[in-house]
Design a protein around this ligand. Structure first.
Ligand SMILES: Nc1ncnc2c1ncn2[C@@H]1O[C@H](COP(=O)(O)OP(=O)(O)OP(=O)(O)O)[C@@H](O)[C@H]1O
Length: 349
């Protein structure tokens, strides 16, 4: 069942490739699947539980992540995303159940760094060491011949390759962490909030890199609280709340299913915005001073259109559909759908 408290917002980003995810059902009345079965899984959680004392951070979770796709792991703060990633990486041990990578626990792979590269936070290099040396070191540990300079170039750190990382910004450290994770030429890349704290250009380049990794045939599993951070990136989604998977499947189908019918925005150029919207095939449903109600476009599309036209948007709000989607598990969306003033962030909670 989708919980009533699914609140969401979508950033002004491009559309999503509609692909499918294979997921092991948790029970007959278990989490919602909105895609069809497809390729075999690369990551699989089976009845996975992790308790900290009496608290189940991850509660009997089962899901699978398709090989060769980018899968988003979406959930609010405290949902159990990081704990699940840590379970796959064997940084914590499950209370029960299993977290398998390509059918085995990570430690059973001869060189784990060649199977999985992971970034859970941006702090992974000695501050006194040069970036290029940290990447070389990681490559040496994994036994690969990775060209550290080329890899740093791929993550946008070519200029900083020779610098000691103690002076790096958060965004640079995140890129460096990604380069270190990729030094083992891994089949699977696991990332926790990889675009958090990055400026828009850095976000775009990190997302482009992740798409390249997918296009190279790697499996990318990326956790985020924000659908906006994933929407234009992921093929599939697994959604977790309060330690339980509440749904999984095609990201496009997820968005379509919960797409509101109208988007309300504030703009100091309402007429120019209306014209741009009409040119793009959307409809201006209503105007009231600076507030414009737009139909037929997602917030993501609207953001793109406004950005392309050089029009600033403020107070973007999604309007819940007047009739909730049909189906036994598609409860009405509760709470105010939110997107912040710039329309750059959204949250599922
Ligand atoms: N080492 C720990 N000891 C006790 N409780 C923990 C520990 N690690 C996580 N938790 C708890 O488990 C729950 C899930 O935490 P987790 O960090 O996995 O969530 P999350 O979805 O990654 O959240 P966020 O998006 O804020 O990082 C939270 O209630 C958290 O407080």
């Amino acid at each position: 069942m989708w919980p009533r408290a699914v609140i969401y917002a979508i950033a002004p980003t491009r559309g999503i490739a509609g692909k499918f995810l294979h997921m092991a059902p948790q029970s007959s009345a278990g989490p919602r699947k909105w895609g069809a079965l497809s390729m075999g899984p690369m990551l699989r959680a089976e009845n996975l539980t992790k308790r900290f004392g009496s608290h189940a951070a991850v509660d009997n979770v089962s899901f699978a992540v398709r090989a060769g796709a980018i899968t988003g792991f979406l959930g609010p703060a405290g949902a159990g995303k990081t704990t699940t990633l840590r379970l796959f990486l064997e940084l914590v041990h499950p209370t029960s159940g299993s977290a398998l990578i390509d059918g085995r626990p990570l430690h059973e792979w001869p060189v784990p760094a060649r199977k999985v590269g992971a970034v859970l936070d941006g702090h992974c290099a000695h501050p006194g060491r040069r970036a290029v040396d940290s990447v070389r070191w990681a490559a040496r540990l994994a036994g690969t011949r990775t060209d550290a300079e080329e890899l740093l170039d791929r993550v946008g750190l070519a200029e900083a390759a020779g610098r000691r990382t103690g002076s790096f910004s958060l965004g640079m450290l995140r890129r460096l962490a990604l380069a270190i994770a990729l030094a083992g030429d891994p089949e699977v890349v696991v990332l926790d909030e990889p675009t958090s704290g990055l400026d828009p250009d850095s976000m775009t380049s990190v997302k482009d890199l992740l798409r390249h990794l997918r296009d190279e045939g790697r499996t990318v599993f990326v956790a985020s609280r924000l659908l906006a951070a994933l929407e234009d990136l992921v093929d599939d989604l697994v959604v977790i709340a309060r330690g339980r998977v509440v749904g999984s499947g095609s990201a496009g189908a997820f968005i379509d299913r919960f797409q509101p019918q109208a988007v309300s925005v504030l703009s100091d150029q309402p007429y120019a915005l209306g014209a741009a919207v009409s040119r793009a095939g959307g409809q201006v449903l209503d105007t009231n001073g600076q507030r414009v109600l737009i139909g037929g476009l997602s917030p993501a599309q609207l953001g793109e259109i406004a950005r392309a036209a050089g029009i600033a948007l403020f107070g973007l709000t999604e309007q819940a559909p007047p009739h909730p989607p049909a189906g036994p598990s598609a409860g009405p969306l509760a709470g105010p759908p939110v997107a912040d003033a710039a329309g750059l962030r959204g949250e599922i909670c």
